[in-house]
Design a protein around this ligand. Structure first.
Ligand code: SF4
Length: 381
């Protein structure tokens, strides 16, 4: 669980292969004869806790931190007014896809902070949301990043499986970190795996993901999932000019390995240039996209234009929002925000991203400028 390295000036500890703690050597050496490593790590100051993949600051969201799990798009819980609840346990990604809508991975130019949520806290809060929603809930584990990086995944899934109102557990993954053992573990809890797979060509894969990409392994993982009790949905992103020739091959691959038992086998999305995501020059229009999907549907006799109903999704009341647009607050900054110039504050049991350059611990006055889907943005006034 605890591995150690060192540089000239720092002693580095890697906890569960994910959390990196850097301690100045002079500090460590002073205490090494007196205390155990775990103890030194737990009270070392100054220390930097980093995400071991992205090397960004990693904020541990626990019940004790007081940071609510509703209100942020990058971690916690998201309720978009249906029977599906998005559960986001961790940020950070092992790939750097050129089409990434959240500019994730080590090469990110915009994301400066990562978050990891304590599984007990996550489930405790999830239970409250599920109780509000009632029976027939789908818990969808996804995130601004790769969920399989979460070191407590089995614990999280086990706890979720004990919530009686949860009927479906699905998870989004790029599949790179999966293996036979992990797939067997997932099979005990998950109903469906949505696997991002955008090409069957090794060279194209490295270009699309801007990282070393073990295509053979991902394809083997796809087959293992399809052969398991779980459903497999292959979810390519169609990036014009990059993988146009690959879409047919991906459809054939998905059908050949038996993806989609109860659910559709493919969930093809088109690249969309989001404001804070990665930008590419060529973009397909929605009209063109649906026209091409329609043609492919006819050619392969498979449903490619999907609706929420295909996944058993239905509208449900939203958890009432205690915060309204235009409201003004003064609150203490409790953590750094996901991007530069963003900080986190707590208001009425919700976490609010506030645009400010003040520091953690300072108080800031702000106005709520956005409240979409229970995700709150405030601007310093
Ligand atoms: S795998 Fe997903 S989160 Fe990671 S970089 Fe690619 S698109 Fe972004």
């Amino acid at each position: 669980m605890l591995r150690e390295f060192e540089t000239k000036k720092e002693k580095i500890f890697l906890i569960r292969n994910l959390i990196e703690v850097r301690i100045p050597k002079r500090f460590y050496e002073k205490l090494a004869s007196k205390y155990s490593k775990e103890y030194i790590i737990s009270f070392a100051e100054p220390k930097k806790v980093l995400h071991s993949v992205t090397k960004r600051e990693l904020v541990f969201i626990t019940k004790e931190s007081g940071i609510p799990l509703l209100g942020h798009a990058a971690f916690g819980l998201i309720d978009r007014g249906t029977n599906l609840i998005q559960v986001r346990p961790i940020t950070g990604c092992n790939l750097n896809c050129i089409f990434c809508s959240v500019d994730e991975g080590r090469k990110s130019k915009t994301r400066v902070t990562d978050y990891i949520v304590d599984p007990d806290y996550l489930v405790e809060e999830l239970k409250k949301v599920v109780e509000f929603k009632g029976k027939g809930v789908e818990v969808h584990i996804d995130g601004q990043g790769e969920p399989t990086l979460y070191p407590y995944m089995e614990m999280l899934l086990d706890k979720i499986s004990k919530i009686k109102e949860v009927e479906v557990v699905s998870m989004q993954t790029n599949g790179v970190l999966l293996n036979e053992k992990k797939i067997e573990m997932l099979e005990n809890y998950a109903t469906r795996i949505n696997l991002s797979l955008s090409t069957l060509n090794e060279k194209k894969a490295e270009i699309l993901h801007d990282a070393k990409y073990p295509l053979k392994k991902v394809l083997e993982n796809a087959k293992m999932i399809a052969e398991s009790k779980m459903d497999l949905l292959i979810a390519p992103v169609w990036v014009v000019g990059y993988n146009d020739d690959e879409i047919k091959k991906l459809i054939e691959f998905a059908l050949e390995i038996g993806a989609g038992k109860k659910y559709p086998p493919l969930g093809i999305q088109k690249y969309i240039p989001y404001k804070t995501g990665r930008k590419l020059k060529k973009v397909m229009t929605f009209r063109e996209f649906y026209k091409r999907l329609e043609e492919l549907e006819k050619e392969y006799g498979v449903k490619l234009i999907l609706k929420p109903e295909d996944f058993g999704m239905e509208k449900r009341d939203r958890i009432p929002s205690p915060i309204k647009r235009g409201e003004r607050f003064k609150a203490k900054i409790v953590a750094n925000g996901r991007m530069r110039g963003e900080r986190l504050c707590i208001v009425k049991n919700r976490v609010v991203t506030v645009l400010t350059n003040k520091k953690v611990g300072d108080y800031v006055k702000f106005e709520i400028v956005r409240t979409h889907d229970g995700i709150f943005l405030g601007k310093e006034i």
